[in-house]
Design a protein around this ligand. Structure first.
Ligand code: ZN
Length: 611
């Protein structure tokens, strides 16, 4: 009997969810997988109002009760009340409060204080990217999650710094070579110093979504200078964004709205990407005038594999590395390889990849265990690598034929619990708790394991590395979370032992270090290139998902053509990586179809450590 798992990612809304699936020869498979979505969740007790516009079918793909309970709008639900929100148009009327709203934050420097500006502006040579995010209002926590997304992506290009925009000090922009501001709270009280520094800046500034009207109101002649006026949000279902001729998706249930412009002088402003409404009409999705790039929404919400999120990932090159040469590389990882993996099927896959010049990774589980006997007729079973000489031989063969070992957990399950499926290796979460909601069939994230500490996490990693060493294997230097989930405590601790990770990331409010860690709010992220995340992990990307022939837990099947489509769409990223994983119990022909299609799209497969 072979036992396997699968992980798949669906990205839809915000939230990170992950799951692995298992299957066995009986076909009574559990198929789970991973789905990651972007933000937002309140596992357990939910306080965020549900978006009434999200259909039940979509809620189904959300990882937990929290994930898709995305606020009906970003920070302005109470204001909007289901209707289109007006953008303040009263030029010259400054509605910003004269004092900052939140206690305990820096007081803004008067905008006219040029002496202060001069003193602080050039204290250091400009370098790195400054990320500023909103933090006020009932959805202020969203701002930090979007800040995390921006910090992680910008890290691909160099150093980063971040803080709530209300802590902005005059001259801050001059210390950096680029600035990203995410406006996620409607009418966040932006410091005058920030607005004035943006208007005076020569470095690239990327501004997302809300509060662009505050900048326009502050400018002497915004329309004359920038060529457009931020007018009002379009909250109709928009499902397409076209960039460099490639049509990317956008979740039409995203009701947060997209900025419309009027007037719009295309002799002064460049349209970088275009959104298409349901009726076929279009509006600019991202525009640029001079050093200011404006994106009419937050591109981190409701992300999926083929999402307009990819546009943002590529626009960062314009701001941070404009001379980057175009190249397209690909990664493949063989998933959930344990002492119970079928050596014959595994070897056939290794031989195929090796013969075709395709380097690969092997997500290796250190110990197979099935304490509940779920896959063994009710009788508990455990198997070490040293107890299956045939499979161990094939794993070593893989290493000598282009394979790189990645540590994919000690047991890839948790104790004797069904967490959430069977308690069997590769089925369950190891560093996070989860259950399946019997009504919605969603995998619900329940938080850290009961005894979650750095010592607990590192002990498991030590045990795993010892088990592999005992089997004569060279210890992996790369880690991959089982089902892509762990607590911040675990991530920081494991990062101290294995500094590189090869997975999608799950992040929580507080990860930027300025607020108390709050695991009730999370964001899941995938990347199209290497990043260094907020835990300090050097991350190798996985952004295509995996071959998954059957739907499970509200995740749709994902066939070779779907993965190839994702690879083709990722070509919009000028120096991006198309990365997928494959369970060696699946038919070799399916792997061949994916590898062939990805190569035909223009990618070159490389070893993970070459990135
Ligand atoms: Zn797994």
């Amino acid at each position: 009997m072979k036992r396997t798992i699968s992980m798949l990612w669906i990205g839809t809304l915000l939230a990170g969810l992950v799951g692995c699936a298992t299957s066995n020869d009986s076909n009574a498979d559990l198929r789970q997988s991973q789905s990651l979505q972007t933000v937002v969740g309140t596992p357990g007790n939910t306080v965020v109002p549900q978006n009434p516009t999200i259909p039940t079918s979509l809620l189904g793909v959300q990882p937990s009760g929290s994930m898709n309970q995305f606020p009906a709008d970003f920070g302005g639900a109470a204001l909007r009340n289901g209707k289109e929100r007006p953008v303040p148009q009263d030029r010259g009327m400054d509605h910003r409060p004269t004092e900052l709203v939140l206690p305990g934050h820096e007081v803004e420097v008067p905008a006219g204080d040029q002496s202060t500006k001069t003193q602080t502006a050039f204290a250091t040579l400009p370098s790195g990217t400054l990320i500023l995010y909103d933090s006020t209002g009932p959805y202020g926590w969203l701002g930090e999650l979007y800040g995390i997304a921006s910090v992680n992506l910008a890290s691909h290009f160099g150093t980063t710094a971040s803080k709530p925009v209300i802590q902005y000090k005059v001259g801050d922009i001059a210390k950096y070579k680029a600035v990203i501001y995410i406006g996620s709270t409607y009418d966040e009280p932006l410091p005058v110093a920030f607005l004035d520094d943006v208007l005076a800046a020569s470095v690239p500034v990327i501004w997302m979504y809300d509060n662009i009207w505050q900048l326009a109101n502050r400018a002497a002649d915004f329309v004359g200078t920038y060529g457009y006026n931020p007018w009002a949000f379009d909250v109709t279902p928009i499902s397409q964004v076209t960039y460099h001729g490639t049509v990317l998706t956008r979740d039409p249930t995203n009701g947060a709205g997209m900025m419309q412009f009027s007037p719009f002088d295309d002799t002064k402003v460049a349209t970088l990407a275009t959104a298409t409404r349901a009726d076929g009409t279009t509006l600019p999705w991202a525009v640029r005038s001079g050093n200011l790039t404006y994106i009419g929404e937050v591109p981190f919400a409701f992300i999926d594999h083929n999402d307009r999120y990819l546009v943002f990932c590529d626009l960062l090159f314009d701001a941070l590395a404009p001379t980057t040469a175009t190249q397209h590389r690909a990664l493949v990882r063989l998933e959930d390889v344990s002492p119970m993996t079928d050596p014959t099927a595994f070897k056939a896959i290794v031989d195929y990849l090796y013969a075709n010049g395709v380097p690969f990774s092997v997500a290796t589980i250190a110990l197979y265990t099935d304490p509940l006997g779920a896959a063994n007729g009710g009788k508990a079973q455990t198997m070490k690598w040293t107890q299956n000489a045939a499979m161990l031989t094939q794993l070593k063969y893989a290493v000598s034929h282009g394979g790189t070992l990645v540590l994919h957990g000690y047991t890839h399950q948790y104790g004797s619990l069904k967490n959430p499926y069977s308690g069997t290796t590769a089925d369950d979460f190891e560093f996070y708790m989860a259950h399946v909601d019997p009504v919605t069939n969603n995998v619900v994230y329940d938080g850290a394991v009961p005894q979650d500490t750095a010592a607990w996490a590192t002990a498991r990693i030590s045990s795993a590395l010892s088990a592999l060493k005992l089997a004569g294997l060279t210890a992996p230097t790369i880690f991959e979370y089982p089902h892509y989930a762990g607590s911040p405590t675990d991530s920081k601790a494991i990062k101290g032992m294995l500094g590189t990770a090869y997975h999608r990331g799950l992040y929580f409010t507080g990860d930027l270090g300025l607020t108390k860690s709050d695991m009730t709010h999370s964001i899941g992220l995938f990347y199209p290139y290497t990043v260094t995340d907020v835990y300090g992990w050097k991350i190798k990307p996985e952004n295509m998902g995996n071959y998954e022939p059957e739907a499970y837990n509200n995740h749709p099947p994902r066939l070779p053509a779907d993965l190839v489509t994702t690879a083709q769409n990722n070509l919009v990223i000028r120096d991006g990586v198309a990365s997928f994983f494959f369970h060696p119990y699946e038919p070799l022909a399916q792997l061949q179809a994916i590898v062939t299609g990805v190569k035909a799209a223009g990618y070159k497969f490389v070893a993970v450590n070459s990135l």
